[in-house]
Design a protein around this ligand. Structure first.
Ligand code: PMV
Length: 309
């Protein structure tokens, strides 16, 4: 039996769209910030007494379909024939409205491969986690991580960026809605790639932002980190909205929060918004400005604000 812990991550330069949905190879590279406080602990045991894989998430038995791919790949690599019992606990506050699939699949990959006796490098773990959920490839390591898009299974993996920022970066997470998303990221990506005339422009712009973002992080250039973060998110959402049928993850309060971010910025506070496959807004800033941002958002979003690093 093995236990592993993996942390959630938020993409600054987004991943949106697969050019190979079997292998989960993305059209663009992406860069993320790992959140130290939020993580998933997962325990895996391969047991000859089991007649099927089992998944217990936060104490409740769940459908195993989602974890089957990773377990199957581990079994193949390790020549393991037994089924597995997976027990997972999410340490991500529900009020944060953060997706936990990245930390969940990374922890599952690390625990399952170790339980099966495989000794995998971080690169191999990242490649395997990628098969569960793309963003999970970026949750094997901490800090600021780049997922190289690569051209095949071997070359598409994530690793910590070489020059980490020294800025005390922080995220204020605004929970606009705790409801289940209207479209999963998998469905949303497939629709954008297949139908959005803006998708090729997103791919070009997003890939072109990778080098400038690495440079901005290495030089602690907060204004550029923030601008590129906001741009990647808005370009992703623009491509999503331009799909057929038209669709958006935004809710009215998503824009309310974003307007507040703009107002703060007009007042000289470094605050930059990023949104994923849901309506919640993550505000990138540095620690000294967190209280000001919380105070400004409190009247509208009391009880729905979480700070993460
Ligand atoms: O890998 P998934 O299915 O969790 O997709 C992640 C998609 C975004 O969160 C919107 C962007 C990203 O890079 O994390």
């Amino acid at each position: 039996m093995t236990t592993a812990r993996a942390h959630t991550n938020i993409a600054l330069i987004k991943y949106w769209g697969k050019r190979d949905s079997q292998l989960i190879l993305p059209y663009t590279s992406s860069i993320s910030m790992t959140l130290d406080e939020f993580y998933t602990d997962t325990q895996v045991v391969f047991d000859a007494a089991l007649t099927a894989d089992e998944l217990y998430l936060d104490g409740t038995k769940r459908d195993v379909t989602k974890v089957a791919t990773v377990l199957e790949l581990v079994r193949q690599q390790a020549h393991e024939s037994r089924f597995a019992r997976v027990t997972s606990t999410n340490h991500v506050p529900e009020t944060a409205g953060l997706a936990s699939s990245a930390s969940a699949f990374a922890a599952l990959t690390m625990a399952a491969s170790a339980a099966a006796g495989l000794k995998l490098s971080h690169t191999q773990l990242s490649r395997l986690a990628r098969r569960g959920s793309g963003s999970a490839s970026r949750s094997v390591d901490g800090g600021f991580v780049i997922w190289h898009r690569g051209t095949d299974d071997q070359s598409s993996f994530a690793e910590p960026i070489r020059e980490q920022p020294t800025l005390p970066l922080a995220m204020v997470v605004v929970m606009v809605s705790g409801k289940k998303k209207s479209q999963t990221s998998r469905q949303g990506m497939a629709q954008t790639v297949a139908t959005s005339p803006f998708y090729p422009a997103f791919v070009e712009q997003n890939q072109a932002a990778i080098e400038p973002m690495l440079h901005a992080l290495a030089t602690d250039d907060l204004a550029t980190i923030g601008r590129l973060t906001e741009q990647s998110s808005f370009q992703m959402h623009a491509a999503i909205m331009a799909g057929n049928p038209p669709f958006s993850y935004f809710e009215p309060e998503t824009l309310t929060a974003w307007h507040m971010v703009q107002t703060l910025r007009d007042q000289g506070i470094p605050a930059y918004a990023t949104m994923d496959a849901g309506p919640n807004v993550k505000i990138l800033t540095t620690q000294p400005h967190v209280d000001t941002i919380l105070k400004a958002l409190e009247p509208e979003f009391a009880g729905r604000l979480t700070v993460a690093h």
